[in-house]
Design a protein around this ligand. Sequence first.
Ligand SMILES: NC(=O)c1ccc[n+]([C@@H]2O[C@H](COP(=O)([O-])OP(=O)(O)OC[C@H]3O[C@@H](n4cnc5c(N)ncnc54)[C@H](O)[C@@H]3O)[C@@H](O)[C@H]2O)c1
Length: 340
Amino acid sequence: MDPVSIDDPRVPLRGAVLGLGMIGRHHARLLQASPRVSFAGAVDPGGDRFGMVQDPALIFATVAELLAAGAPDFAIVAVPTEEHLPAARELAAAGVSVLVEKPLAATAEEARELIAAVEAAGVRAAVGHVERCNPALLELRRRVGAGQLGEVFMIATERVGPFPARIRDVGVVKDLATHDLDLVRWLGGAPIASVAAQTQHRMGREHEDLVLVTGVTASDVAFNVNVDWLSPTKVRRTRILGEKGMLVADTLTSDLTFFANGEVTSEWSAAQASRGVSEGDMTRYALSRREPLLVELEAFCDWVAGDDGAAVVTLEEGLQTVLAAEAVLRAAATGETVRL
Ligand SMILES: NC(=O)c1ccc[n+]([C@@H]2O[C@H](COP(=O)([O-])OP(=O)(O)OC[C@H]3O[C@@H](n4cnc5c(N)ncnc54)[C@H](O)[C@@H]3O)[C@@H](O)[C@H]2O)c1
C-alpha cells in the first residue's frame, strides 16, 4: 500500500486506538489533541472506563465496528500483550497501519507472525518503545554519541516499583524489562550478545516478579538490568559509565546528570587510590521536556506519511527485544549464560 501522503506529511491522518486501559487512555487523549491526527475512534469491549473519548459515537466494541464506520489510516494497538498479534493482524488485513505497544508480542513466534502479517498487507508498522522518546534518554544518547564519556564501559538500568495489578498475561521480564533490553541496544549501539539472569516469584503468580540480568553487547559493553514489581518505591534510572565519567538519566523526572571524572590531582593520595577515579564536577542539564508519547505519535505519523527517516522503532527491533527477553527467561531457568 502507498504511504498516505508523501507530498504533505502534515495532512491529518485518521488515527484510532485499540484498548482504553492504562496506556491506551493516554493515546486516546493525544489522538484527539494532536493537529496531526483526525480521531477515528477507540475500540474497547470494556468501554471508555476512564472517560477519555469526547464523542461517544466514536467508542466501538470491536475492530469490525470501527472499520465499518470508515477504516482509519492507522491504529495504535494498546491491548494486553497476548492480544497484540490478533489485533494487529485484523487491522493490517484491512489496510490499516499499526503502532503496536511494547513488547511487540508475547512470544518471538507471535512477533514473527505479526511481522509476516504486516508485510503481507503492505502497511506501515512500528513498536511503541516510548522510553526512546524520553527527553533525558534522548539527550543521554546524543551526548554518548558525541563522545562525552569517551569509550563506554557499562550500561545499568533500574526499573523497580510496586505491582500494577492489571498485568495478568506476562511477567516482569516481558512487561517491563523489554524497555531496558531495548534501551541497552539503542544506547549501546550494538545488539545484545549474551545474558545471564536470576528471577524471583514472590507474589504467587505464574510469572516472575523480579529479574536481575547481567550481560554484554556485541561491542563489549557490559550491562546490568534490575527490574521488579516488589519494591515499595518507584525508580526509573539509566546509568552509563565511560572513561571520562558517568551520565545518569532519571526517566520519571526526565533529569539528566553528568558526573565528570576529576582532572585535578588531589593531595590526599590515599583516598584517590582507593577510589580509582577522582570525583569531578557534577552537572544537571536543563532539558526541554515534551511528552514522550506525543513525540512517539508524531514520529509514527511521519512514518505513515512516507518519511523513511522517521525515528520509529521497527518491528525487527521489536522482535530482537522479545528474543532478548526470552533469552533472559531461559538463562534464569537454566542458570546458564545464553548467547543470542
Ligand atoms: N509504553 C509503555 O510505557 C507502556 C505502559 C503501559 C502498558 N504498555 C503496554 O500496553 C499494552 C496495554 O497495557 P495496559 O497497561 O494499558 O493494559 P490495561 O489492562 O490497562 O488495558 C488494556 C485494555 O485493552 C482492552 N482490550 C482487551 N482486549 C481488547 C481487544 N481485543 N480490542 C480492544 N480492546 C481490548 C481492555 O478492556 C483494557 O481496557 C500492553 O502491551 C503493555 O505492555 C506500554
